[in-house]
Design a protein around this ligand. Sequence first.
Ligand code: IMP
Ligand code: MG
Length: 172
Amino acid sequence: MRRLIEAPEIQQRVAQLGRQITDDYRGRPLTVIGVLTGSLVLVSDLIRSIELPLRVGMIRASSYAGRTTTGTDVSLDLNLLPEVRSRDVLIVDDVFDTGRTLTAIVERLKTAEAASVRAAVLLWKDRPREMQWTPDYFGFKIPDVFVVGYGLDYNDEHRSLPYVAALEPGDL
Ligand code: IMP
Ligand code: MG
């Protein structure tokens, strides 16, 4: 593994995001919604950096190869979604890769009559995408490589690493 972002750098950047979100949502009814399982670590650090009263919920999203020519479909499990009507929703995910997951979630939440829907990610991969939509907050832009740590997994492992590392061919 090759370390890309060290733990103190992540802590500093997440604290900065928390301050920015605090300023942007002051006086608003904020609900933070994490996407399981990759956002777990970011959600727990980020909500402690936001100095506002807020609610927290989680949803699950999984992408699977569809039979359509567009490639991948996203299925959402909203069983844990709290009531978001008239609330300002901030979706939190680990990485903006193809962007399909977050686009699907944002579209779905708009139908739940939230007052507003924005998204925050730790990592933004530098790669071409088919959609115009992009997250409102991000921690770091990274090259288009497969990474693990700080919530991100490979085969459900490495999520608990406090840093972000790129997997190398020998790790796969
Ligand atoms: P998207 O829908 O392609 O943007 O992908 C989003 C999901 O794919 C993320 O929430 C991750 O679960 C997973 N993913 C994408 N890239 C990586 C990676 O480099 N490491 C681990 N998981 C990834
Ligand atoms: Mg994920």
